[in-house]
Design a protein around this ligand. Structure first.
Ligand code: PHE
Ligand code: NA
Length: 444
């Protein structure tokens, strides 16, 4: 069977942007920034996106395009009889860890969408407000699992209906809608009383926060998570790309787009967090409490909420399909499974793991696998802050050191000029050094 391919470069771009833009930009960005001091975190995050993220994004896509295989197969093709393929195992493990909790949170978003369809969330519940409503919902047993199962089913259906048809289509329509809604929301949020405090929190770095080692690993992990980097999602998408499509502009475009969504989400969330006296360190529930409070105050807020959670669910879906695609493509090749069989089996296992994540907000709230982290936070920490950067480190070393320089430059469509040499120096030296230093300092 011939390997599938993107119809056009635009198709690839939209899919890769669809992968990048998701819950990471809105849900994860907000609570990680909120827990890590705001401004100083944002600054570090931006530095990492531009110095590490975008150069590595180009690197990751190029590995897949050159090898035309899945995340493990690519290393086996390009570096036969070497241990480089181990990088791919980290990727496959991260995919299982991340989609297991991603589908739970995406289920929350679907639930919110439906509550805006019915008008339930147009006004804060009399008792306990939105905070109480959210807490009550996620601590239940069956209900959140139902929404998570629904989300995972949609993800599986899109993945097995094929690369082109399913994935390209969904992205073309809903990303612009999400961008538009966020811009309108940011405008409204900034007009609230107390918005300035939120702006200061986000844009006035508290420099003393930089003395805390954990902020570096958190900002690095967020950059990787948000850019879909280090797992092999973009590598796998790159493998469906033909050699005549130029990569550097695509990588920069994807990186800028993702960063735009993160910054604009910050402009929506933090002014409102301060205006409504919500605790910025509330963790994963942060946006699910803040956003409905914004919509409640806003003219036509109910409609805005409905459209917003619809677009957010779709953004989550286009990210989830890229995560599911990683192990799906691997098992298709490894066991000679059909796309359908592979995606159904992998997706079901992930849903099963997600049951633990979901119950971690209810009856298993006391289960804290790492430090005082609940099940979601623990899985997220291992995958986003450890596995993804390790995957990225390995990709940088592979292209920077295993390839000869002309091979590396050719793989990413750069020449031996200023751009080519800056990218090469970053990927060969600076990126690995930065990742290793951040790792070592976070252990202490
Ligand atoms: N980048 C996605 C988001 O921001 C999540 C993701 C992580 C997708 C890793 C693929 C790989 O929501
Ligand atoms: Na993202």
């Amino acid at each position: 069977m011939a390997r599938e391919q993107w119809g056009t470069k635009l198709g690839f771009m939209l899919a890769a942007m669809g992968s990048a833009v998701g819950l990471g930009n809105i849900w994860r960005f907000s609570f990680v920034a909120g827990e890590n001091g705001g401004g100083a975190f944002l600054l570090l995050y931006l530095v990492f996106v531009f110095l590490i993220g975008i150069p590595l994004l180009l690197t990751e896509v190029s590995i897949g395009r050159k090898a035309k295989s899945d995340v493990i197969g690519s290393y086996k093709t390009l570096a036969p009889r070497t241990p480089w393929f181990m990088t791919g195992f980290f990727g496959v493990c991260s995919a299982f860890l991340i989609l297991s909790f991603y589908a739970v949170v995406a289920g929350w978003a679907l639930y919110y969408f439906v509550n805006y369809v019915t008008g339930n969330f147009f006004q804060a519940p009399a008792e306990g407000g939105f905070e109480g409503a959210f807490g009550g919902f996620i601590s239940q047993g069956w209900q959140p699992l139902f929404w998570s199962a629904l989300f995972m089913t949609l993800t599986i259906i899109i993945v097995f209906s094929g690369v082109k048809k399913g994935i390209e289509m969904a992205n073309k329509i809903f990303m612009p809608l999400l961008a538009l809604l966020l811009i309108i929301l940011a405008g409204f949020s900034l007009s609230l009383d107390g918005a300035m405090e939120g702006l200061a929190f986000l844009f006035q770095p508290d420099w003393s926060a930089l003395t805390q080692p954990s902020i570096y690993i958190q900002a690095l992990g967020q950059a990787f998570f948000s850019l879909s980097l280090g797992m092999g999602a973009l590598l796998t998408y790159g493998s469906y790309l033909s050699d005549d499509k130029r990569l550097p502009s695509a990588a920069v475009g994807i990186g800028l787009m993702d960063t735009f969504f993160a910054v604009i989400s910050g402009l929506v969330i933090f002014p409102a967090v301060f205006a409504f006296s919500i605790d910025p360190t509330s963790g994963p529930p942060l946006v699910f409490i803040t956003l409905p409070s914004i919509f409640e105050q806003m003219p036509l807020g109910g409609i805005a909420g409905l459209l917003f959670f619809f677009a957010l669910s779709l953004a989550a879906l286009s990210s989830a399909i890229s995560i599911l695609e990683v192990p799906t493509a691997y098992f298709m090749r490894l066991f000679n499974w059909t796309r359908k069989k592979s995606s159904v089996i992998v997706g079901s296992i992930m849903f099963f793991l997600g049951i633990f994540v979901s119950l971690g907000f209810g009856i298993w709230a006391d289960v804290t696998p790492i430090a005082d982290f609940n099940i979601l936070d623990s899985m997220d920490y291992i995958a986003s802050n450890i596995f993804l950067p390790l995957g990225g480190l390995s990709m940088a070393l592979f292209v920077g050191w295993y390839f000869a320089k002309p091979t590396a430059l050719k793989a990413v469509d750069l020449k031996d000029d200023v751009f080519g040499n800056v990218w090469y120096a970053l990927v060969k030296y600076l990126v690995p050094i930065m990742i290793i230093v951040i790792f070592i300092s976070s252990i202490q």
